[in-house]
Design a binder for this molecule. Sequence first.
Ligand SMILES: Cc1cc2nc3c(=O)[nH]c(=O)nc-3n(C[C@H](O)[C@H](O)[C@H](O)COP(=O)(O)O)c2cc1C
Length: 364
Amino acid sequence: MKNTACRQQNMGVGYKIFARPLIALQDSEKAHSRSLLALRFVSWSFIGRMLLRILYKPKNIPVSKFGLNFPNPLGLAAGMDKRAEAMKGWENIGFGFIEIGGITEFKQPGNPKPRMFRDGKTQSLINRMGFNNIGSKEMATHLKQTYSPNVPLFLNVGKSKDTKLEDAHLDYAKTVESCLPYVDGFVINVSSPNTPNLRELQKDEDLARIIIEVQKHCEDKPVLVKISPDLGDMQIKSIVDTARGLGCAGIVATNTTVSRPEDGSIMDETGGLSGRPLKNRSTEVIRLIADHTDGNWPIIGVGGISNCDDAYEKISNGAHLIQLYSSLVFEGPGVVKGIVNGLENRMKSNGIYEFSELIGHDRR
Ligand SMILES: Cc1cc2nc3c(=O)[nH]c(=O)nc-3n(C[C@H](O)[C@H](O)[C@H](O)COP(=O)(O)O)c2cc1C
């Protein structure tokens, strides 16, 4: 159901006219690094941060979850800021929480370049980054020395490429142990399609081994599991039962997909597909999990959210919080304000004063 109160505000016009054509001319990964650098630079000074807030900061929609307070339910998804370089920037453009990483125990270069591809026509990205990252020790040192944001901070944790699957639990736990003092919670990523066999770790016994080991080190901080959209219903329910049964705080649904639309509209590159073509499948998975858990277990919904209608759909199907990545590339930073203010308008026009009333609204 579309709603006029949810109409996206015209925040991204400047970005679309000036920045997007420039970015479109550049290699995807280089454009990504330059955009991160620009955000970091602007948010360095007080005046820069003030400018970001004036231009982009949305209204507040306070949410409490996992014992944490979120100024709004929209977060930055994993992979955008793998090294936690621009946290001041994300906070000042209005994200309600930030997920940094993925980080593995050992530093690694990831797959050969090019490994990130953009398709403006379908508003999608394909990536096969392969967990390029600075490793858990360097990340912990960086987090210790850097600015700690005023919004909840989650760390996305993956497995090092050279660590055997049977030792995966130790790899995940080491990263959690190193970074524990500096973040508010962890997302166990067993669903990236770009590390060989990683997604096998979604199997019950392997997943349980990882969760149990991680929990030995995470004290009371929330631990969530991030799943793939390419699983069958039974597998998804089984993962949910395992993670929930072992006391995980919730689930992140979903990661990128290896499937491609049948109409062949998507470019022919291997890797994980994100953005608009992922939207419906990710919502289906959210709905399945919400139905299976009677809406009582927190779901962070991610996949193809690019406007307020998409966000509303995810939440009304059961997402407690939401995240985005790809639409930031296509719409620019104004997408955050457009979504959050649109949600706030929609709540007001429907006489809803608590965000929690929106969660699972279409399931009831
Ligand atoms: C270039 C790129 C890198 C990503 N890296 C990670 C990662 O390290 N860990 C992870 O869990 N998800 C990663 N993701 C997946 C996103 O967090 C998100 O789940 C996915 O892109 C779907 O959201 P979107 O459609 O809003 O982009 C990555 C996505 C992209 C495009």
